[in-house]
Design a protein. Structure first.
Length: 276
């Protein structure tokens, strides 16, 4: 049985994370602000006819809106690490993020989506450098770390607390970016996800990703999760064969996550969308 209070709390949480007021939601759905207030207080439920548009507006599926799923529960393998006081990935931004800033330095009003933002190290860096940032992250403790870092730094980012798998992008971006998160995409969904990222990138904009690739001479990292799936060398270039490839590099890097020294084989790409 559906719990009105839980659904109301979920609607309120998602609304705030998307940056909407109750009045804005009421305008989109053509209901009164009082109706939205009743939903969030658990005094009433939205009419079933409103659920598709409400879920779309809040950036989730209808099932997730009603049942919570991965939003309200522990959903990330990094939750335990993100709950600790220290920052698991550190606060130093990545080289890939620095390269994006350099390429986009003359673009005004630039908007960026950071997929799998983790604890926000790159998202906050992009905000410092003048980007309007949407930080997408599934982990609740990760979200709290992003908020904490945002407040400490004085730079604001828009947090999207959701799963990148199945998330329907609404906006168009100048940059769609990910750093070590897309290995969680199921193999049979990768093509569709990259096509979606490309569709939601403005002409002249960039897609930039760093992924983990399988190499027989590189041992699997000690903190590698069951749900993480390697890519093969050249996969990213294939997804972006119809874009201008600005940078494309594969390398072996040293890592100390989980406190155990190890190596990763990584592949990074920066591609630009050119008007046909």
């Amino acid at each position: 049985m559906l719990n009105d209070n839980e659904i109301g709390q979920r609607i309120a949480l998602l609304r705030k994370e998307r940056g909407y007021t109750q009045e804005q939601i009421s305008f989109i759905l053509n209901v009164t602000p009082q109706a939205v207030s009743k939903w969030e207080k658990g005094n009433a439920l939205p009419d079933t006819s409103l659920l598709p548009l409400l879920a779309k507006t809040l950036g989730v599926s209808i099932d997730r809106l009603l049942t919570g799923g991965s939003i309200m529960e522990k959903t990330s393998p990094y939750d335990g690490e993100y709950k600790k006081q220290e920052y698991y990935w550190g606060l130093q931004h990545s080289l890939l993020a620095e390269q994006i800033v350099e390429i986009m330095q003359d673009v005004a009003n630039k908007r960026l989506l950071d997929i799998g933002s983790g604890e926000g190290r790159d998202a906050i860096y992009f905000a410092k450098c003048g980007f309007q940032v949407d930080a997408l992250e599934i982990s609740t403790p990760g979200i709290e770390k992003i908020r904490q870092y945002s407040q400490l730094s004085g730079y604001e980012v828009n947090i999207l607390h959701t799963d990148m798998i199945g998330y329907e992008l609404k906006a168009s971006y100048d940059v769609i970016y990910s750093h070590g998160s897309l290995q969680f995409l199921p193999l049979d969904q990768r093509q569709n996800h990259f096509e979606k990222y490309k569709r939601h990138t403005r002409v002249g904009g960039l897609n930039a990703h760093l992924i983990f690739v399988e190499k027989p001479f590189v041992k699997v990292a000690p903190d590698w999760e069951k749900g993480e799936l390697f890519y093969l060398s050249g996969d990213l270039a294939r997804y972006y064969h119809d874009w201008e490839i600005l940078r494309c590099e594969e390398q072996i890097i040293d890592c100390n996550s989980a406190g155990i020294p190890h190596q990763h084989a990584v592949y990074s790409i920066i591609a630009r969308k050119i008007e046909a």
